[in-house]
Design a protein around this ligand. Structure first.
Ligand code: 4FV
Length: 238
């Protein structure tokens, strides 16, 4: 992580899936403070934009020197998080999980000097069409999605292959104890022990939910002939 706020990552790297992955040595996180590479008494990392206008721009030199300070693995990719980037999604998470090293450049202010983009950045990613105050949260989002795909990070048998978007569909509804909550029962099929019936119900629910909420995903999803049959029934009952 190349950032002027390394402290933003500390707590996140202690907790949960990623914290465990770091403790188990499955993922190695290196926080590089760009300000350590800034010159001058104030170690400033930003300046006014040429051509005028509001806000400040991150100066290229400190970012460049911070990047140069990183020991590069053979298969290493430099990622800039910015609203101008490609929209991040699960297929991109899989792609990124295939690299040995990901170096995230976290912008602040109005963004980074364009020459950093041209000189140092391999991939530019956006986490969505809205403006945040910095790239750090975006880097955490991408890092979290990628880390889950690293073998062993999700621990033992738990596979991420059932997650939403893995096969392009939204995930089916999940239930756990108690059997009755506020008068609402768990669908009986889930209590039947009939694994084939449960598998079919879950697939149908995933297709229904995707059809209702994200029909755009259905066009891209890998659907089986069984899925197509289920969709015919679902569309009939809509
Ligand atoms: C952003 C996004 C994002 C823009 C200016 C940081 C901010 C500030 N990055 N997806 N959405 N970045 O809003 O990736 O420097």
């Amino acid at each position: 992580m190349l950032t002027i706020f390394p402290g933003m990552f500390s707590a996140y790297l202690q907790e949960g899936t990623l914290g465990r992955a770091v403790k188990r040595g499955l993922v190695d996180i290196n926080l590089v403070d760009i300000r350590d590479f800034a010159a001058g008494p104030h170690k400033s990392t930003d300046d006014r934009p040429y051509g005028g206008g509001d806000g400040m721009v991150m100066t290229p030199e400190p970012i460049y020197q911070a990047l140069k300070s990183v020991d590069r693995a053979d298969r290493s990719l430099v990622v800039l998080l910015s609203p101008q980037g490609e929209t991040f999604d699960q297929p991109i998470a899989w792609e990124l999980s295939g690299w040995d090293q990901l170096i995230f450049a976290c912008g602040r202010y109005e963004g980074v000097d364009e020459r950093i983009r041209l000189a140092c950045i391999d991939r530019e990613l956006s986490i969505g069409d809205y403006i945040l105050s910095g790239g750090e949260l975006c880097a955490m989002v991408v890092m979290d999605a990628v880390a889950r795909l690293i073998p062993g990070v999700l621990g033992g048998k738990r596979s991420n292959l059932e997650d939403s978007f893995e096969d392009g569909l939204l995930e089916y509804p999940q239930y756990t104890r108690p059997r009755v909550f506020q008068g609402k029962e768990v669908p009986s099929v889930l209590l039947s022990g009939d694994h084939e019936k449960i598998r079919l119900w879950r697939r149908s629910e995933a297709l229904k939910r995707t059809l209702d909420r994200r029909p755009d995903l259905l066009r891209k999803a890998k659907l089986t002939s069984e899925d197509e049959e289920l969709l015919v029934k679902l569309r009939k009952n809509m």
